[in-house]
Ligand binder design. Structure first.
Ligand SMILES: [Zn+2]
Length: 81
C-alpha cells in the first residue's frame, strides 16, 4: 500500500506554468493528462489538492486487502461504487 501511495504521488504532479484564461479562470496540466482549474466555488489550489487526494485514494483502494472495512463502499474490483 505504501508503494501504491508513492506511485500515485509521483504520477500526479503539476506540469509547466499556470495559464490565465480570458474568462478569468486559471488552469494547469497534471502529469496524468488531466487539466486542473479553478471554478466558481473552488480555487485552483483546492482542485490540485482534491485531485491528488483522489489519486492516492484510488491507488490505495485498489491494493488494500479485500476484507478491510471501508468508509466509502467499493465494488469487487475495489473501486468506489
Ligand atoms: Zn493527475
Amino acid at each position: 500500500m505504501r508503494r501504491a501511495k508513492a506511485h500515485a504521488r509521483a504520477s500526479h504532479v503539476t506540469v509547466g506554468q499556470v495559464r490565465h484564461l480570458e474568462d478569468g479562470r486559471v488552469e494547469i496540466d497534471c502529469s496524468c493528462g488531466m487539466v486542473l482549474t479553478n471554478g466558481p466555488e473552488w480555487s485552483l489550489d483546492e482542485h490540485i489538492r482534491l485531485h491528488r487526494a483522489e489519486a492516492r485514494y484510488l491507488a490505495l483502494s485498489e491494493v488494500a486487502p479485500a476484507g478491510m472495512p471501508r468508509l466509502i463502499p467499493v465494488t469487487a474490483d475495489r473501486f468506489p461504487r
